[in-house]
Design a protein around this ligand. Structure first.
Ligand code: ADP
Length: 270
C-alpha cells in the first residue's frame, strides 16, 4: 500500500532506441527509515537508565553520612547498571542478526540440548517465583543452524513466560515434529496478550505494559531477537494468547531429515 517510488534513468542507445531503467526505491527508503527509527529508539531507551544512574550517583554523594541510604541507593544503581548492560548486549545481538547471513557457519544442532540449556538458564528466575518449569516432547530432533543463537531465542521465550506469569504457576516447554518442521512451544498460564497487540510484540521496543516490562528488567528487544533468529534459520515464530489465561509462543524450524543411503554409499560392517 502507499506510493511506489521509482527512479527512472533513460539512455539513448541508438538513434531509434532508448533504454529505460526503473529502479524501485521504496524498499531502500523503507530500510533507511527503519534504521533511523532504530537509532532514535535506542537513544531514547539508553537515556532512561543513564539518567537514573546520574541521579542516583548525585543522591549517594549527598547522603554520604547515612550508611542505610547509601546501601539503598547503590543497590538501585546496581540494578540500573545491569539493565543498561542487558540493553547494550541485546542491541548488539540484534544489530548482528539484522545483517543478512548473520547465522554464518551452520552445524547440525541437537534441539534437545538447546532446550535443556535454555531451561537450565531460566531455572533461577523460575525458582525465585516458585514457577514450575517442565520440559517435554520428542527426543533426537536436529536442525541446521547455530546452537548458541537458538539457545538465546528459546531462553528469551522461557524468560518471558516466567516474567509474565504469577507466583507458583506453570511454564511448559515442549517440542514435536510436524512434517519437515520441528515445533518448539513455550506455554504459560500468565497475564496473556490482548489480541490487537499480539502481532506488535515482535517489534523492537514494543511492550504491552511498559511499566511492568521495566519492573521485570525487560528491554523490549527479546521477541524481535527471537523473530530474527527464527527467520535466519528458515523458520518463524508466532503467538497464541488469551488475556488472563496465558500465552503460547511457537517457533517452527525446518528440521534436518536423515539422508537415505544412495547406491554410491558404502556400508561398512563392524
Ligand atoms: P521485554 O523485554 O519487555 O519482555 P520482549 O520483546 O521480550 O520485551 O516482549 C515484548 C512485550 O511482549 C513484553 O513487554 C510483554 O508486554 C509482552 N510479552 C512477551 N512475552 C509475554 C508472555 N509470555 N506473556 C505475556 N506478555 C508477554
Amino acid at each position: 500500500p502507499g506510493l511506489l517510488m521509482v527512479q527512472v534513468r533513460v539512455a539513448q542507445v541508438t538513434p531509434h532506441h532508448v533504454l529505460v531503467l526503473a529502479e524501485d526505491l521504496t524498499q531502500a527508503r523503507r530500510i533507511d527509515a527503519m534504521r533511523r527509527d532504530f537509532v532514535v529508539n535506542v537513544s531514547h531507551e539508553l537515556k532512561t537508565p543513564v539518567g537514573a544512574l546520574q541521579l542516583l550517583a548525585e543522591t549517594v554523594h549527598d547522603a554520604a553520612d547515612d550508611p542505610d541510604a547509601v546501601r539503598r541507593f547503590t543497590d538501585r544503581m546496581q540494578s540500573e547498571a545491569s539493565r543498561l548492560s542487558a540493553l547494550v548486549h541485546e542491541i548488539i545481538e540484534l544489530s548482528r542478526l539484522q545483517v543478512a547471513g548473520a547465522v554464518g557457519q551452520v552445524a547440525v544442532v541437537d534441539v534437545d540440548a538447546v532446550l535443556a540449556e535454555a531451561v537450565d538458564r531460566a531455572r533461577t528466575a523460575a525458582d525465585a517465583k516458585k514457577v514450575r518449569l517442565d520440559l517435554g516432547g520428542v527426543r533426537g530432533t536436529t536442525v541446521l543452524g547455530q546452537h548458541d543463537l537458538l539457545v538465546t531465542a528459546v531462553r528469551n521465550l522461557v524468560d518471558n513466560a516466567v516474567a509474565y506469569s504469577g507466583e507458583a504457576s506453570h511454564v511448559g516447554v515442549g517440542v514435536r515434529e510436524a512434517g519437515d518442521l520441528v515445533e518448539i512451544a513455550v506455554v504459560d498460564e500468565g497475564i496473556g496478550i490482548p489480541a490487537d497487540e499480539q502481532d506488535r510484540v515482535f517489534e523492537r521496543f514494543y511492550r504491552v505494559d511498559p511499566a511492568r516490562s521495566r519492573d521485570t528488567g525487560g528491554t523490549g528487544l527479546g521477541l524481535s531477537i527471537v523473530k530474527h533468529v527464527a527467520a535466519d534459520h528458515g523458520g518463524d515464530v508466532s503467538v497464541w494468547s488469551q488475556p488472563g489465561r496465558g500465552s503460547t509462543f511457537t517457533m517452527r524450524l525446518p528440521r534436518t531429515t536423515p539422508t537415505p543411503l544412495t547406491t554410491g554409499d558404502t556400508v561398512r560392517e563392524t
